[in-house]
Design a protein around this ligand. Structure first.
Ligand SMILES: Cc1ncc(COP(=O)(O)O)c(C=O)c1O
Length: 372
């Protein structure tokens, strides 16, 4: 099969910078040897800085979905009351995982495309018995909405609950001050703003979460964060380390450090603003509520007469640009364009040019149909 994608603009996996590609090709070494342990120790330390936490960060084999389960089995016990906030397909998927765990799960949903507001969360927390944890997706990749994490964290903290966050398409692209904001656990996926292939789930754990981890009573083995904590002291992972991915993540972290974390956040924000501006001039409507649009993925409703699914196909077939369609209940309604990690304006400019041509083609097609 020939791959004809020239511009990978899905919401992850994202393009790999050359330095990451080079790192992935390095030879294998003993994963319990001194050199590799030194690399892991340094990487974990630098990941703490990038999460802005004095807590622990672990690199675990797995993908973002593993994060949902890692959080539940490590922090909770059967029957615990938990508030899960949903405003998109990933929140919904987390719900389906949580439902299997015998929790007292309280789900509150706002319409897809809208953000979860701190005042909503305060109201929901006030109307229920105290909950042990609140589960939130920071950046809803399915709708292009970024929930106001900082403000929600303040409300959750006031209620004395733990804040557990799916940061899969957020961390390393969107602002995060884990300790200052009061985020207790957040996980992300290597294939998103971390600019690496899929295969790692990066889990950051704050001090309040550790207290819960010690009292949680779900059986856990491979996902046991306590095992990761004790292994990390010597630069180990409990099982064979995914060496190539760790090389890749180390190279990506170096790129982020060289650019400066805050510059990375600003680049993401500026690209997203510019992309929304140009696409709105072309007649596309941003699906996300104003003020909560994501800086890592933009969901767009095409102008009347252009089908979202057809547009996804045309972009790929005619221009070699891969974007996502809508997922779950949004299938056929939106397209989603990823702009996280290794991305510059020229990558998005190309998408804008292709969208402009497609709009023109649709208009031309309509006038021809009228002419006939
Ligand atoms: C917000 C969010 N959570 C969870 C996941 C699931 O991650 P994975 O597909 O890596 O298992 C994704 C994937 O896109 C995501 O965007």
């Amino acid at each position: 099969m020939t791959v004809t994608i020239r511009n990978l603009r899905i919401a992850g996996p994202t393009p790999l910078p050359p330095a990451v590609v080079e790192a992935l090709q390095r030879p294998m070494v003993p994963h319990r040897g001194g050199w590799f342990r030194g690399l892991v120790r340094s990487l974990l330390e630098r990941l703490r800085a990038l999460h802005r936490t004095d807590g622990d960060v672990f690199v675990m084999p797995g993908t973002g979905s593993a994060g949902w389960e890692i959080a539940l089995v490590n922090l909770l016990a059967p029957g615990d009351r938990v508030l899960l906030l949903v405003n998109g397909d990933f929140g919904e998927r987390w719900r389906r995982v949580a439902e299997r765990y015998g929790l007292q799960l309280i789900v509150r949903e706002v319409p897809y495309g809208r953000a979860i507001k701190p005042s909503d969360v305060a109201g929901w927390l006030a109307e229920t018995e105290p909950v042990r944890a609140v589960l939130l997706v920071y950046n809803e990749t399915s709708t292009g909405v970024t929930n106001p994490l900082r403000e929600i964290a303040a409300v959750v903290r006031d209620a004395g609950a733990l804040l557990v966050v799916d940061g899969v398409s957020a961390v390393a692209g969107l602002p995060l001050e884990m300790d200052e904001w009061g985020v207790d656990l957040i996980f992300s996926g290597s294939q998103k703003a971390w600019m690496c292939p899929p295969g790692l789930v990066i889990v950051a754990v704050g001090s309040r979460a550790w207290e819960m981890i010690d009292r949680a009573s779900y059986p856990r083995a491979f996902w046991d964060l306590r095992e990761y904590r004790s292994a990390a002291r010597t630069g180990d992972l409990p099982s064979t380390a995914p060496i190539s991915l760790i090389y890749g993540l180390d190279a990506a972290v170096q790129l982020i450090e060289a650019e400066g974390l805050e510059n990375v956040w600003t680049r993401h924000r500026d690209l997203a603003v510019r992309f929304r501006h140009v696409t709105s001039e072309l007649g596309f409507t941003c699906f996300a509520e104003g003020g909560y649009e994501s800086a890592t993925v933009t969901a767009l409703v095409p102008p009347a007469g252009i089908g979202a699914e057809e547009l996804v196909c045309s972009l790929e077939e005619r221009y070699g640009i891969a974007v996502n369609g809508g997922q779950g209940r949004l299938k056929g309604q939106i397209i989603r364009v990823g702009h996280m990690g290794w991305v510059r304006w020229s990558d998005l400019e190309e998408v804008c040019a292709a969208l402009a041509s497609e709009v023109e083609r649709a208009v031309a097609g309509r006038s021809e149909a009228v002419g006939h």
